[in-house]
Design a protein around this ligand. Structure first.
Ligand code: NAD
Length: 427
């Protein structure tokens, strides 16, 4: 396994075996357009000064302004942010929205900060990257351990510096300051629309399908709730501290979240409890969850969870990558050979950026949509992308990941080529 960013290049190389694009387009897509590293000095509540490191990467803007979330996590690195910005570039192209790909992150364990320290950090991040971003240049959104409260602070800080009201600078904001209906659950809902198409295509019965979900945050918890309502059998869920399992598929996501909240005590930002605070079900290790005998496995936490080390032990028949980068390219190859269908992140979790796009459109028009309109347009984008990619899979007898990159590459390379390539200078 190479670095995360080296792995992204393997995804590109695999797709390029099936599609011809100009040499210039390939060269441009091999490197991020711009990367920024900033120091964020923060006055802590006890009076001391602490310096955090932040990043913002604008990977490619051929199809429109760069767009991507901001992650607050102790494991953030420039390599990770570059990879996340690469995936965003292909994700926006998969669903066909007029954006390029970007991403940001701060090296911090936000659970160790007070609410005021977290607010100062969020505002300092915007001050530091202000010249790098803009509603027509680079637009922010939530990611791991950031949420709508943090997006609200970031948008407010941008407005204070620019002395304007520019809601389109950040998506995933609170509804009261220009957020969109449905954005909070869009990533999971989009993933569900894709899963639903897959289930119909394979003539499966949801009531007979067992599901395990890794990660119990925005993406994982919301997906668990939707699948529970739709009659799927939820047999296991996990968070960073452990996993719970119920062989008969009787897990109730709301009840488990209630345990997390009650036992950890929720401050305004995070549920500090653990899924394991639920005493009604069997506790298993996080790694065990990935290897359970289920029909559908949904990684919804972090990258590099299914690698060449454990791919052989995966028993699920379908994997829906709601997280970014949970399956390495090597693991994807092993799983394909085993007959396991992997729906890649750039399709499965594209619902989040799709509704972020709707939010940006609503902000610019000053005209706000009802939830039904948001969800029906989201469904249209996700279902179309699924079928476009599924037809590439069926035609070429290849895996969904490679097909999704081929689909995205057609759009991105055409945008790059339309701006002029070296082919123009050949006789
Ligand atoms: P979140 O912060 O809301 O939740 C993350 C969850 O993962 C938490 O429950 C945490 O406890 C859990 N977790 C962390 N490490 C774990 C581990 N080793 N094992 C099991 N669980 C673990 O984050 P989120 O917004 O739900 O994002 C999750 C994934 O989805 C990320 O890969 C993110 O990039 C991706 N994603 C999110 C969005 C979005 O709109 N929020 C959009 C697209 C993709």
């Amino acid at each position: 396994m190479g670095s995360l960013f080296e792995d992204t290049q393997k995804l590109l190389d695999n797709a390029l075996k099936h599609i011809k694009i100009s040499g210039d387009a390939k060269t441009i897509l091999t490197n991020p357009k711009e990367s920024l590293e900033v120091s964020l000095p923060i006055r802590m509540d006890d009076g001391t000064l602490k310096v955090f490191t932040g990043y913002r990467v604008r990977y490619n803007e051929s199809m429109g302004p760069t767009k991507g979330g901001v992650r607050f996590h102790p494991g953030v690195t420039l390599d990770e942010v570059k990879s996340l910005a690469f995936w965003m570039t292909f994700k926006t192209a998969v669903v066909g929205i007029p954006y390029g790909g970007g991403k940001g992150g701060v090296i911090v364990d936000p659970k160790k900060l007070s609410k005021h320290e977290l607010e100062r950090l969020s505002r300092a991040y915007i001050e530091a990257i202000y010249d790098f971003i803009g509603p027509d240049k680079d637009i922010l959104a939530p990611d791991v351990y950031t949420n709508e409260i943090i997006m609200g602070w970031m948008a407010d800080q941008y407005n204070k510096i620019s002395r304007t009201l520019t809601p389109g600078i950040v998506t995933g904001k609170p509804i009261s300051t220009g957020g969109s209906q449905g954005r909070g659950e869009a990533t999971a809902r989009g993933g569900f629309y894709v899963l639903d198409e897959l289930v119909k295509k394979n003539r499966l019965d949801p009531k007979k399908l067992k599901v395990a979900i890794q990660g119990f945050g925005n993406a994982g918890f919301t997906m668990a709730k939707i699948l529970y309502e739709e009659g799927y059998n939820l047999v296991a869920v996990s968070d960073s501290k452990g996993a719970v399992y119920s062989a008969d598929g009787q897990l109730c996501p709301e009840c488990i979240m209630e345990y997390k909240r009650k036992n950890g005590g929720v401050d305004a930002i995070y549920a500090d409890g653990r899924v394991c605070d639920d005493t009604c079900h069997e506790h298993i290790a996080n790694e065990e969850l990935l290897e359970l005998d289920v029909d559908i496995l949904i990684p919804a936490a972090l990258e590099n969870q299914i690698t060449e080390m454990n791919a052989d032990k995966i028993k699920a028949k379908y994997i829906i990558s709601l997280a970014n980068g949970p399956v390495t390219p090597e693991a994807n190859e092993i799983l394909f050979k085993k007959g396991i269908t992997v729906i890649p992140d750039i399709l499965a979790n594209a619902g989040g950026v799709t509704v972020s796009y709707f939010e940006w459109v609503q902000n610019r028009a000053g005209n706000y949509w009802k939830l039904e309109k948001v969800n029906s347009k989201l469904k249209e984008y996700m279902v179309n992308a699924f079928h476009d990619i599924a037809s590439i899979v069926d035609k070429n007898k290849i895996d969904f990941t490679t097909a999704a990159y081929i689909h995205a590459l057609k759009r991105i390379s055409s945008a790059i080529e339309s701006k002029g390539t070296c082919e123009y200078f050949r006789k």
